[in-house]
Write a protein that binds this ligand. Structure first.
Ligand code: PEP
Ligand code: MG
Length: 592
């Protein structure tokens, strides 16, 4: 670490969104990336040609700058994200953007700067009514391109990217993906921004590069001066300015511990998830975006256990076509080959809202028209998705997973529609011969209670513990007032999980868990002991889970879980689990 100038100034803690984990300790480098303010001005008809040419030139210069960024990227970890720059180039080529701006100059007799501002405002307006985070972030693509165009138009050069002379934490209002790609990675040890969320491109890039980042701080650029001692914790979203001696010491220790674990975990990536007594369990990744597949592979995922397809529906203003879905799925399937990809059909409703899908106001949305109920009601939309899934099966091993099943009739109807999609596609000349394994999510008490019946109808069962716990314990998973009752180790939950495992085993099919429970090492042990064959989780948790699984024997865990199933409260279960395991694995942070 570089020497940090100490001053007797007050320590300040800011809270943002942890966008890329890890701890960085260094000095700030504040980048001037605040928005410029275009000024609209009336022009004389004789100035129209000049303004149009100025506008066209700004487009040409912006394109060239972005092409240069692309050419300059040598880092392999960044190369896979170059499509973001392509998206920005496409925006520059958008006829609407160009034609509308030129039309405004001609018809309204305003300068290019003012015309561009009006066009960009109109573009942004399209996104304004949309609530989901992912799409909001895509609006930032227009902002980044608009900002670049405006600067080139006005002729203000952006503060050039820093030639950092020491390891620095970059502080900016926002960082465009192009900025991030151009930075000197050896000196940029972290960054903080005023805006952005976990799914912003910049956050995704930071995770790929393994650089800690905290975003969405709102006031970072206002509060952080140049060359200020700063600590950022990209896991918790905490940023500390002017850390005192005690804070600095504690974060140096945390940083060391984090890096030690990361290094140690690296060694687990390519090892099998095998217990000491030779029992293997399959660890897969949960993905929401095709971009996450490479990370899942790197972390050692043996396929995708849950591909949440709602994200394709969210990233747009209208419903995606069969072709668009097919292309997105194909990207995931090909990147993951030869390992399987489990495509979960659309799970909207409840807390998952998609702006362009109109769900009527319901008093109890979690118990209303959501997931498979919605798909079975909207058969045309569902069929488009099933057709895309059938088509993509020609490119790799594909499994389909139906969410929130409560009974046999739903499965039968889903299978009928799947077979109809296959027959239609075959008649249209598509190659549809590849087998698609059919699975269901066990998320409702009803599905648990008849899991033995349901298991005979499908190829695999996958438990969505996030929802199963909600429905089993009657606790709204998004309501903070009852969050204390959300207990994964509740005896009712454990018994439900046991029933599902046993049902799958007696039908001779595989059982897995793809809810958050699978990602927590202590819970993962319980799931191993219960007999699950597969655990699917966010990619970065895979090495941690694998590490603990490799340090136990299955027989001892089965014995422990048998004992846990006898307890009457979650607290008793946790206490016993803690007693037995924390002694052996002191570095596991206890769950509460
Ligand atoms: C679950 O319910 O556990 C699950 C994996 O699905 P989601 O969180 O997307 O509802
Ligand atoms: Mg669910």
């Amino acid at each position: 670490m570089e020497k940090i100038e100490r001053k007797t100034v007050e320590e300040v803690t800011l809270f943002g969104i942890g966008a890329s984990p890890g701890i960085a300790i260094g000095v700030s480098y504040v980048l001037d990336r605040t928005r410029i303010r275009p000024v609209e001005r009336a022009i004389a008809p004789t100035e129209v040609a000049v303004e149009i040419e100025a506008f066209r030139k700004a487009v040409r210069v912006s394109k060239k700058q972005l092409e240069d960024v692309k050419r300059g990227v040598a880092d392999r970890r960044l190369a896979e994200h170059l499509h973001i720059i392509d998206t920005h180039l496409l925006i520059l080529e958008d006829q609407l953007l160009v034609d509308d701006s030129i039309a405004l100059i001609e018809k309204n007799l305003i300068n290019a700067e003012g015309a561009l501002k009006r066009t960009l405002d109109k573009f942004r307006g399209v996104f304004e009514t949309i609530e989901d985070e992912y799409l909001r972030e895509r609006r930032s693509d227009i902002d980044f391109v608009g900002e670049r165009l405006l600067r080139n138009l006005i002729g203000t050069t952006q503060q050039s990217l820093p030639q950092l002379d020491q390891k620095s934490i970059i502080v900016a209002h926002d960082l465009s993906p192009a900025d991030t790609m151009q930075m000197d990675k050896s000196r940029m040890i972290g960054f903080v921004t005023d805006v952005g969320g976990r799914t912003s491109h910049t956050a995704i890039l930071a995770r790929s590069l393994g650089i800690p980042a905290v975003v969405g701080l709102e006031t970072a650029t206002a509060l952080i001066r140049e060359r200020l001692p700063v600590i950022i914790d990209g896991s918790s979203g905490v940023v500390i300015l002017n850390p005192g001696e005690a804070t600095l010491k504690s974060y140096l220790e945390k940083k060391q511990l984090y890096e030690f674990h990361q290094k140690e975990l690296l060694s687990y990536r390519q090892l099998a998830a095998e217990t000491l007594d030779g029992h293997r369990i399959t660890l897969r990744g949960n993905v929401e975006l095709p971009d996450e597949v490479d990370l899942a592979c790197q972390e050692g995922a043996q396929g995708v256990g849950l591909y949440r397809t709602e994200f394709i529906y969210m990233n747009r203003t209208g419903t995606p076509s069969e072709e668009e879905q097919y292309r997105a799925y194909r990207e995931v399937v090909e990147r993951m080959a030869p390992n399987p990809v489990t495509i979960r059909t659309l799970d909207v409703g409840g807390d998952k809202l998609v702006s362009h899908i109109d769900l009527s106001d319901e008093a109890n949305p979690a118990l209303g028209l959501r997931a498979i109920r919605f798909s079975l009601k909207e058969e045309t939309l569902f069929t488009d998705q099933l057709r895309a899934i059938v088509r993509v099966a020609a490119h790799g091993r594909v499994r389909v997973l139906f969410p929130m099943i409560t009974g046999l009739a739903e499965i039968r109807r889903c299978k009928e529609l799947l077979e109809k999609a296959r027959a239609d596609l075959r008649a249209e000349g598509y190659d549809c011969e590849a087998r698609i394994e059919v699975g269901i999510m066990i998320e409702t008490p009803s599905a648990v209670l008849i899991s033995e019946v349901l298991a005979r109808e499908v190829d695999f069962l996958s438990v969505g513990t996030n929802d199963l716990i909600q429905y089993c314990l009657a606790i709204d998973r998004g309501n903070e007032h009852v969050a204390y009752l959300y207990e994964p180790l509740h005896p009712a939950v454990l018994r439900a999980l046991q029933m599902v495992c046993q049902a799958a085993a007696s039908a001779g099919i595989e059982s897995g868990v793809c809810g958050e429970m699978a990602a927590e090492p202590l819970y993962a042990l319980v799931l191993l002991g219960l007999g699950f064959d597969e655990l699917s989780m966010n990619a970065t948790s895979i090495p941690r889970v694998k590490r603990i699984l490799r340090q136990v024997s299955r027989s001892e865990v089965v014995e422990l879980v048998t004992e846990l199933l006898e307890f009457g409260t979650a607290q008793d279960v946790l206490r016993r689990l803690g007693e037995v395991l924390l002694e052996r694995f002191p570095d596991i942070i206890p769950v509460n």
